[in-house]
Design a protein around this ligand. Structure first.
Ligand code: BYC
Length: 481
């Protein structure tokens, strides 16, 4: 079996030798029509027949794994791709540190492992559902193509988790795989599992913020799962990470191009004060204070995805060797963490204080701290654009206690600097920190589609380079194909 190149002959492209694994092949073939049905019902609305210039993975080689071509999305080759097995791989952390990585599910950890895989799997279709209306207001064909690329790859990530469920978890795995197609983002009765995946993505600024902030939670969680002692999960998530990088690129450059266009328009019109929102909006661009509020919202929603400050689930998953830390192999400690502490921000006696907690209990926060540091890199790049234009404004991430729904800070309300506010003050001031309905209406008013090659909506700058090095006038989506 050629593990690097992908077998595209059958219904389900794969590099896991599915043709010799009849049981799993049949289970996946049985699941396939339900998936296609879900894609038709819940995937990008209105563009299923369009030809989209998409990349498809043809190998799992670090260099040159993608092939670009026009594809109708329902014909996209969703497949099962695992990074190559590393000979002699050992479990890198927890109670089983140093033992051979598991090729089968360790019986004692079956339920925990299945839960992690199901939660990961649930987020993937959720994001496609959240973004399904955006094609209709795409600011360019370039952006529309990127949206659809992200969507088909999230679909593939669902396949990745479903493969693990079908191959390693028998009847209950098949049941979970079915349920992944039944839950719906935002549905009152059968919602998706995690909060942020039930929010709406009503406009393109929300999409870019989501791909910047929320896909980055995806990166952190996948990095932690890539450390797993359960080798098939590690190999699956390692390949997913290579795809994920593009999604965060879409987010970072999307917000960056909006910042660029806003600053450019302000300079051309001689508007010096970034807080003169009325004048900036008259230019047909998104003012920087509103961008800040959107960032506050998406950052806070995403922090909730890291779970509680003190988590026995996280401690157990680490101890079991199922979920590690961000880049575990680069950390210099014993990788067992039975002694030692980690500083965690907590709510004690009505005050936010730093407290040392047992390192194992604080693992969600350690991952979250790594996430915050990663988020700050892009914020720095956005600020460099603002600075280049000489606009006196700086974007910044809000305090981690701001606007939380999960964890200790869900009990309180704070301003963006983490000062605790009473209910009345919060009600009075919340529109200072979060998009108001007027802000949302303004953003939505800008969302007019621009479907001509080489053209971009007036509120976003063109990208510096095309996808696959295509020229500026390339027709990334042939809508009426
Ligand atoms: N919403 O012990 P705790 C991505 C529950 S994104 C609702 O702190 P734990 C992507 C929790 O389930 C990455 N419930 O939890 C991005 C638990 O319930 P039970 C997705 C929540 O387990 C963009 C209870 O509270 N992958 O890939 O340490 C586009 C106690 O909590 C939430 C993963 O998340 C919440 N936000 O931490 C597409 C990786 N938070 O079991 C894709 C897998 C907590 O007591 N998941 N709860 O009933 C995990 O590692 C963990 O389950 C979590 C939660 C980090 C989510």
């Amino acid at each position: 079996m050629d593990i690097v190149n992908v077998d595209y002959d059958g219904l389900i492209p794969n590099n896991v030798d599915l043709s010799h694994d009849t049981r799993v092949k049949h289970a996946l073939e049985k699941w396939h029509p339900g998936y296609i049905g879900w894609w038709h019902d819940m995937g990008p609305e209105g563009f299923q027949q369009s030809l989209v210039y998409l990349r498809t993975a043809v190998s799992v080689d670090a260099k040159g794994w993608a092939k670009f071509d026009y594809v109708r999305m329902p014909d996209y080759k969703w497949g099962i791709l695992l990074a190559p097995q590393m000979a002699g791989r050992k479990i890198g952390f927890g109670a089983h540190k140093g033992e051979d990585a598991w090729q089968e599910v360790p019986g004692e950890y079956r339920a925990m492992l299945r839960r992690l895989i199901v939660i990961q799997g649930d987020t993937e279709p959720a994001s496609v559902e959240q973004q399904r209306h955006l094609g209709k207001t795409a600011p360019s064909l370039y952006d529309m193509r990127n949206l659809f690329q992200v969507n088909v790859e999230e679909g593939r990530h669902l396949w990745a988790m479903v493969y693990l469920l079908q191959k390693y978890f028998g009847a209950d795995g098949r049941q979970e795989a079915e349920e992944l197609l039944q839950r719906r983002s935002g549905d009152a009765d059968t919602p998706r599992m995690l909060g942020a995946f039930n929010e709406e993505t009503p406009d393109w600024l929300s999409f870019f913020m989501f791909t910047y902030f929320t896909d980055r939670d995806g990166k952190m969680q996948l990095e932690a799962l890539a450390q797993s002692g359960f080798d098939p999960l590690s190999r699956t998530t390692r390949f997913m990470l290579t795809e994920e990088a593009h999604h965060m690129f879409v987010g970072e450059t999307g917000v960056g191009r909006i910042v660029e266009r806003t600053c450019q328009a302000m300079r051309e019109a001689g508007v010096d004060d970034p807080h003169d929102i009325a004048r900036v909006r008259k230019l047909g661009v998104i003012d920087l204070p509103t961008l800040q509020k959107k960032a506050n919202l998406h950052f806070a929603l995403t922090l909730d995805l890291f779970g509680n400050e003190i988590s026995t689930n996280a401690a157990n998953a680490f101890h079991a060797g199922l979920k590690g830390r961000f880049r575990e192999e680069r950390i210099k400690d014993d990788h067992v963490l039975e002694s030692g502490t980690y500083p965690v921000l907590r709510l004690v006696g009505g005050k936010i204080v730093n407290e040392d907690v047992p390192a194992l209990s604080g693992l969600n926060m350690r991952l979250r701290d790594d996430y915050v540091a990663d988020c700050n890199i892009g914020v720095g790049r956005w600020n460099a654009i603002i600075e280049k234009h000489g606009v006196p404004f700086k974007l910044k991430l809000p305090h981690v206690a701001f606007y939380r729904r999960i964890g200790e800070f869900a009990k309180i309300r704070t301003d963006v600097d983490g000062n605790i506010l009473g209910d009345a003050e919060w009600e009075r001031r919340k529109d200072e920190f979060l998009p108001s309905s007027a802000d949302r209406d303004f953003i939505v008013s800008l969302m007019q589609p621009q479907y001509e090659p080489a053209k971009f909506a007036g509120w976003i700058a063109p990208p510096k380079v095309g996808i696959d090095n295509k020229p500026g006038d390339f027709e990334y989506v042939k809508i009426a194909a």
